[in-house]
Structures are given as C-alpha cells and as structure tokens.
Design a protein around this ligand. Structure first.
Ligand code: FAD
Ligand code: DLZ
Ligand code: SF4
Length: 521
C-alpha cells in the first residue's frame, strides 16, 4: 500500500492556494506544520513576531482541518519536538511513511540549504516546488539581471507593470508616467493624523501563544502588550478593506512623512499578512487599481502602492536570491563600528531615533521612511557593521524575513553592496528629517545648528560620512557634486564638522545586550 503525500507547510506559507497543497487530494495527503525551536531562536526575534507566526500557524491549521484536510501539527512545547524542520520531518516520515514529500521552496537561504538535503535524507521522493505567490520567478529575475552592473528597481518595475497589465492600457502606462513619486513627498501638515486602523484583539489561541512566548522567550526584545496583528486570512482581509476604504487616498502624498506618536499614518500595515501568505500580493494590487478606476483614490497613491508591491517587494526578493550568499557578508564601505546600545533601549536624546525605536519595541513595526531615513540613515552615517544592522532589523520587525530584510539593509540603507541596488547612498542630514517630520520640535538637538554643542548629530555625521568616502562617492553622478560645497567651506569649518562628528561618535556605547547574536555567531 503506497503511503500518503506529506506536505510540509512552513510558517510563512499560510495559504490554501500554495503550490504544494494545490492539486493534492484530501484523502491522500497529510499536511505537516511545525513550531520549531531552531526557527524561533536562530536570532532572538521580537516577541510579537514569534507570537504572530505561531498564532497564524495554529489558526491556519484549524482552517485546513475545517476544510477537511488532515494536519499533523507539532507545537513548540510538545514533549518530543525535534527542534528543527529536518528533525521533525524525519519524525513525520517515520510516523506516516509517505510516498512523496511535496514542499514549496523555503523563502530564506538558511532553510533552503537544509531543504536541498531532503532528497538525499529521506527514503521517498521529494518535490521542491517554486513559490508562485511571487510574480517574478527567479530565473526571470536572473535573466533580467544578467549582464547589468546596476540593478535598478525602476526598470524592473516597468517590466512587472507590462507583465501584470496593472495600470496599463495596452502598451500605454496610465497617466503618461511610470512613477508619480514626485507627488508623494509631502511633509506632514500640523496635526496630521490617519483614521484608526482595525486592531485585532487576541482570541484564545493568540492568548495561549502569548503566554508561551512570555514564558519561553522572556529574554527576547520587544513588548507583547499591544499585540494587534491580523492572524487569520479573514482578519487580514478586514485590514486590507479598511486600508482601501480609508487610507489609500492619502497613502501617496504622505508616504514619506513622519509624525511623533503616529505610528502607522497612511501606510497599509499589510506586510506581515503578505509575508505570512494570508494575503495575495497581486490581488491587493488589483484592488488598489480598482479603487483608482472607481475614482476612490488618486493615481499617485495607487501607483505608489502598486510599485511597493510589484516593484520593491518582487525586486528585493529577486535581488536576494541573485546576490546570495555574498550579500550577507558584503561590506564595501568597510564599516567597522558596533551597533550602539540605544538601538535596543531607545535611550537617546535624538527624538527621531527614540520615537522610531519606541514604535519598534511596542509594535514590532516602523514604517518605511522611519526604517530608511532615520534608523537606516544613522547606521549608514555612523558606519555600523552591516552584520550588526542586519541582525537588528531581522530581530525587531514582525514582517522580517531575510529575503526582504537583507537587501533593504545591506544594499538599500548601508550601500554595503557598493551600489548594485541603489544609485547613491541614502545619506541625509538633519535637514531632511526636520522637513519630513515633527520630531525636531521635541528634540534636545537643533536641526539648524551644524556643529558643536546642541547641533543635530546627523549634520556633522553627514559630512563625516561624505569625507570618509570621498574617493568612491565623488565619482557618483548623483551625489558627486556635493563635494564642491564641502570644498567651498574651507578647512576650519570642515575641521569643525569632523571634530563634532568624532566627538559624538565617541559618546556612543556599543550594544552589550547581545539580543541579536545569531546561533552561528
Ligand atoms: P506600506 O508602506 O503600506 O507598503 C505596502 C507594501 O509594499 C508593504 O506591505 C510591503 O509588502 C511592500 N514594500 C514596501 N516597501 C518595500 C521594500 N523596500 N521592500 C520590500 N517590500 C516593500 N519589509 C518587510 O516586509 N520585511 C522586512 O524585513 C523589511 N525590512 C526593511 C528594512 C529596511 C532597512 C527598510 C528600509 C525597509 C524594510 N522593509 C521590510 C520594507 C518596508 O519598510 C516595509 O515593508 C513596510 O514598512 C511595511 O509596512 P506597510 O505594510 O504598512 O507598508
Ligand atoms: C520566523 C519563524 C519562526 C519564528 N518560527 C517558525 C516555526 O517555528 N515554524 C515555521 O514553520 N516557521 C517559523 N518561522 C518562519 C520561518 O522562518 C520561515 O518559514 C522561513 O523563513 C522559510 O525560509
Ligand atoms: Fe533627529 Fe536631529 Fe531632528 Fe533631533 S534635531 S529629531 S536628532 S533630526
């Protein structure tokens, strides 16, 4: 009697449309889901991230059972939990004697390396299927990237627009421009606030998971007090409905704005659901396009939202697999400073950083411009070691998986890949943050003071960074002209900047808490 098909579903594959389940027969299939210690601790993930994944997994297992599937679900605290995907799979192969293991490729390098050993490890056939929740298959990305020295998202994105037909009218792109970013940089006006988004009260399953996390992951970063994430497809759809009804209109104009204490503004807050598999990226884009066609949202907002998904999200995933494993260790700017302790504690007089870190601790979330232009910009200017920054970003966000975190950190914010992804480093002085936020009004530092006591640290750090990397950046056609300003300042002013920056850098206490240390060191 041949055995059943065994379908392992990983924690970020929570969709009934996933390729490994599609085409299987309910009476001939066992779905395997595993809460494993290895995944929960390879870095010390934010407590909310672990609670979110376990809760969403448990809810998905119930959804599958209700739909008539057989699910073998292993909880973290089950007494014979083998602790790893491969260990649990070995146990399941013993228990179920499957004729076939059918699995969708893992999203991350670490897990895929293990997965590729499975055909040799197990006595049955193993099928590893492409993850077709992404629009651009990896061979297509690799072909696009072949022979290009610079991999610019904008050109990739146009290909994705043509491929999907989103905001296209035959060969014509809607409105005559591919990209409406120039309309999407409005500073926050006084009192800017977004409608409250739906918050999802923890049900019994989530409560149990929260207790488990409080107990077993006590020493992990972050607070569980405000756990409000959607944990089921239904809840995720409610979150998407609310975004399309109430916030997409202003999503574009205020995409780059930051307001102290307004943690979400007009952002969709859908990344956790997308990355878990609770929402389908293409479906969200079609809904955004419909909002535009129905006259409910302007083109700049809708195009901006669609570009984040079929542009950035698809692009960083392709970039990750195209550039791994080199991307993990790239450090083209030779950054050598350890991560400052305040990234973990939030204890800094810099109001912008303190607010972004508070939101990160309380919500396991910060929006894009906070990640890029505050937290990322500081790490770039201060020359923080890429591996330290990668670990921090991987730990602290509920939406963090290496395939999406690493390109954003290594290539987008730190320029550690030497410019394959970004045409110039996203370096900015306090002026940018002052323009795009209300942080500076409540800060101990002054954004208009350039050097010395009370000067915004971003100001001298900006010129320190530019000075350190002159050899490389002077040749850059987008940023090189800045050196004419530097030269015009004269040596005394330059010395002031460099001294102020050095003095500030000397005050930084390096992280001692080891929150992020990876198991592999
Ligand atoms: P919205 O602003 O509403 O955007 C809509 C969707 O577009 C997001 O849900 C996301 O799926 C996608 N998106 C937007 N920007 C990006 C981007 N740069 N890369 C990939 N997808 C994007 N996103 C993650 O999902 N996981 C991460 O670990 C992650 N790490 C990041 C690290 C840094 C340093 C930076 C600068 C960005 C990172 N991002 C990451 C991208 C982005 O910040 C988040 O996707 C976004 O803040 C999620 O909130 P939202 O759903 O409200 O996004
Ligand atoms: C992030 C994560 C965590 C914390 N725990 C688990 C887990 O116990 N079981 C599981 O299936 N998935 C988990 N995940 C998500 C996985 O890390 C994710 O599926 C991999 O990134 C795939 O490469
Ligand atoms: Fe941040 Fe500088 Fe503004 Fe303070 S003054 S909030 S450190 S940008």
């Amino acid at each position: 009697m041949p055995g059943p098909v065994l379908v392992p579903i990983l924690g970020d594959q929570l969709s009934r449309q996933i390729a490994s389940i599609r085409g299987c027969a309910k009476d001939d299939t066992i779905i395997l889901m595993m809460e494993v210690w290895d995944e929960a601790t390879y870095v010390k993930h934010h407590k909310q991230k672990i609670a979110l994944i376990f809760s969403a997994m448990r809810h998905f297992a119930d959804e599958l059972r209700e739909a008539g599937w057989t699910v073998d679900y292993v909880k973290l605290d089950d007494k014979d939990n083998a602790g790893s995907f491969t260990g649990e799979l070995a146990r399941a192969v013993e228990d179920h004697a499957p004729r076939l293991i059918r699995v969708v490729e893992a999203g991350e390098w670490r897990v895929r390396q293990d997965m590729e050993q499975w055909p040799d490890k197990f006595p049955c056939d193993v099928q590893i299927l492409r993850d077709d929740r992404f629009i651009c298959p990896q061979p297509e990305f690799d072909e696009w990237a072949e022979g290009r020295t610079e991999l610019r998202m904008e050109f990739f994105y146009r290909e994705m627009r043509r491929k999907t037909g989103l905001l296209m009218d035959g060969n014509r792109h809607e409105g005559g421009e591919w990209n409406y970013d120039s309309e999407n940089r409005q500073p926050p006006k006084e009192g800017l606030a977004a409608p409250e988004r739906p918050k999802f009260e923890p049900d019994q399953i989530t409560q149990q998971v929260i207790e488990l996390v409080e107990d077993r992951f006590r020493d992990h970063f972050g607070s569980l007090e405000k756990f409000e994430w959607p944990v089921t497809r239904e809840e995720a759809e409610d979150a998407a409905d609310a975004f399309f009804a109430e916030r997409i209109e202003c999503f574009g104009p205020y995409q780059d704005a930051m307001v102290a204490g307004e943690d979400d503004l007009f952002h969709s807050m859908l990344s956790t659901s997308l990355n878990l598999g609770l929402l389908d990226p293409l479906d969200l884009c079609h809904r955004a396009e419909q909002a535009y066609r129905d006259g409910k949202a302007p083109l700049n907002s809708v195009e901006g939202f669609i570009r984040q998904i079929i542009g950035w999200r698809e692009y960083v995933r392709g970039f990750y697999w195209n550039q791994m494993p080199h991307l993990q260790t790239a450090n083209e700017l030779n950054a050598q400073r350890g991560l400052p302790e305040f990234y973990w504690t939030g204890e800094t007089d810099m109001a912008c950083l303190a607010d972004c870190i508070r939101s990160t601790r309380d919500n396991a979330h910060a929006h894009h411009i906070q990640r890029l232009m505050v937290l990322g910009n500081f790490a770039l200017l201060a020359g923080i070691i890429p591996r330290d920054v990668q670990d921090w970003f991987l730990v602290v966000y509920a939406d963090a998986y290496e395939w999406v975190e690493l390109p954003n950190v290594s290539a987008m914010i730190l320029y550690a890949d030497g410019g394959k992804l970004a045409s110039k480093p996203y370096a900015a002085s306090g002026n940018y943050i002052n323009k795009m936020s209300n942080y500076c009004a409540g800060c101990a530092y002054s954004p208009t003071k350039k050097t010395g006591d009370g000067a915004c640290p971003f100001n001298p750090l900006y010129w320190h960074f530019m000075h350190r990397h002159r050899d490389r950046l002077e040749k850059n056609r987008r940023i090189g002209r800045i050196y004419a300003n530097w030269d015009r300042m004269g040596s005394e002013k330059q010395r002031d900047y460099l001294r102020s920056a050095d003095r500030f850098l000397d005050t930084l206490t390096q992280a001692r808490s080891g929150w992020a240390r990876r198991k592999d060191g």
